[in-house]
Design a protein around this ligand. Structure first.
Ligand code: UD1
Length: 420
């Protein structure tokens, strides 16, 4: 049973061997669940990941009157009784993905009020790209204290140029535009595989979407969408996390339910750092028996190296032979695990909020560290797998947001990791 106060206790030094069927993607599942509300028919989402973010979204939708049933790992969504537009403030505050519900809920109700994370500080925790894009489609947006009020009564199709290729904003507008009469064009759209997966899902429901996966997406509004069964793509970030685990500990791993093409940049980096990787019949095989080589990497929008794998790469750099540089181009201040890794013996120098310099060490030493975010938390687990002695990772509820029982997956490969 998972508890908010659970820790991971890891005894480092075990090599990992085996095969993993990678869970379905968190970042694909969440917008797909949201888009299920665009029809009153039933939608079955197959093999949905058992993670906290999905559970929280389900909880939020149930409070809005949506019926959601589990059938093994599938979830069946029936939003025919959707009856309440008061999104739960506590949940919308803890989960940024609730912003993705805007596109679908606005269609069902015409108006909606949402709590903005930390009030209307659009600059500090920005949702300005979402808001500007909705405004371009004729939606009226009014800031009321800690809330934003959206009125779509005069909404119409249109042309949108995104200031940055925001994944969430692209997904929101694609959902909204599917049922808007006329042609909507999104320029500088996000190209991430999860955006493509959402578009594939919507197309199966009857939407007319062109250009998904490129920087220009065109949507022709249709009158209605219908129910479907759909299995979201495998999670490229979870797959990447496991590949890095083997790169660090040594051993051999085969990954199924993952598209190597979507992890091209990571695979290239792992090879350059000394790992052996083979891709055949849709299975990625990785092995490593050497000390990793140092490397310089910058994160970026897809197809560049993903920001969500940046902290895993940082752990590899901490143990690589020589000096590495890491630049974070997508988010500011995404080096939250730096101080925790330093406690374990890493030598990391932060140049500014986008750049770090890492002097690789021969080993890290286990101690108590604290997860402060989802991907950073998973990276501390990876550091624990390779560290000397015992590592306790606290606040693992962050990790549960996106990893489906990470301890079971790692234990099945031979790691010594327990939830306590
Ligand atoms: C999604 C992913 C997240 C990933 C991120 C970037 C989900 C649920 N989450 O988050 O895991 O790390 O893409 O690949 O899919 N920005 C603004 N204004 C906005 C929106 C974004 O300035 O209105 C900025 C952000 O601060 C950030 C950049 O744009 O610097 C990219 O953010 P975005 O692509 O929107 O990330 P999310 O969709 O929130």
């Amino acid at each position: 049973m998972k508890n908010k106060l659970d820790n991971y206790i890891i005894k480092g030094g075990k090599k990992l061997f085996g095969e993993v069927y990678v869970q379905t993607s968190k970042n694909a599942s969440l917008p797909i669940i949201s888009a299920s509300l665009l029809t009153t028919d039933k939608v079955r989402i197959k093999d949905c990941p058992d993670i906290l973010d999905v559970k929280n979204m389900i909880l939020m939708l149930q409070k809005l009157g949506v019926k959601i049933n589990n059938d093994d790992k599938d979830i069946i969504i029936d939003s025919s009784n959707l009856n309440n537009v008061n999104l739960d403030c506590k949940l919308t505050k803890t989960m940024r993905s609730s912003i993705f519900l805007l596109g679908s809920l606005l269609h069902r109700f015409g108006t909606i009020m949402i709590n903005t994370p930390g009030g209307c500080k659009i600059g500090a925790r920005p949702i300005d790209i979402h808001v500007d894009a909705f405004k371009k489609l004729g939606v009226k947006v009014v800031c009321m204290g800690d809330c934003l009020f959206f009125d779509a009564s005069k909404a119409r199709a249109g042309k949108i140029h995104l200031k940055l290729p925001s994944v969430g904003a692209t997904e929101n507008i694609v959902q909204f535009a599917c049922l808007l009469k006329g042609e909507t064009q999104i320029f500088n759209a996000a190209k991430e595989p999860e955006v493509v997966d959402l578009c594939n899902f919507l197309s199966l429901m009857g939407a007319k979407i062109f250009g998904a996966g490129t920087n220009k997406i065109t949507i022709y509004g249709v009158d209605r969408l219908h129910g479907v069964e759909y299995s979201p793509i495998g999670d490229r970030i979870v797959a990447g996390t496991l590949m890095v685990a083997v790169a660090l500990t040594g051993g051999k791993l085969a990954l199924k339910n993952v598209n190597a093409h979507q992890n091209e940049k990571l695979i290239d980096i792992l090879r350059r750092m000394g790992c052996q990787i083979n891709i055949k019949h849709g299975i990625i095989k990785i092995s490593n028996s050497n000390r990793l080589s140092s490397i310089d990497v910058s994160t970026g929008y897809y197809p560049d190296f993903p920001t969500d794998l940046q902290s895993m790469l940082l752990v590899m750099m901490c143990l690589a032979d020589g000096e590495s540089r890491l630049r974070e181009n997508v988010f500011e201040n995404r080096f939250l695990i730096k101080d925790e890794l330093i406690k374990m013996g890493a030598k990391i120098q932060q140049i500014d909020n986008r750049n770090v310099l890492v002097e690789g060490q021969p080993e890290l030493t286990g101690c108590t560290v604290r997860a402060k975010d989802l991907r950073g938390g998973a990276s501390l687990v990876l550091a624990g797998l390779v560290a000397q002695g015992e590592t306790r990772v606290a606040d693992i509820h962050y990790i549960d947001r996106g990893y489906d029982h990470l301890e079971n997956v790692l234990s099945s490969l031979g790691a010594d990791i327990k939830r306590k």
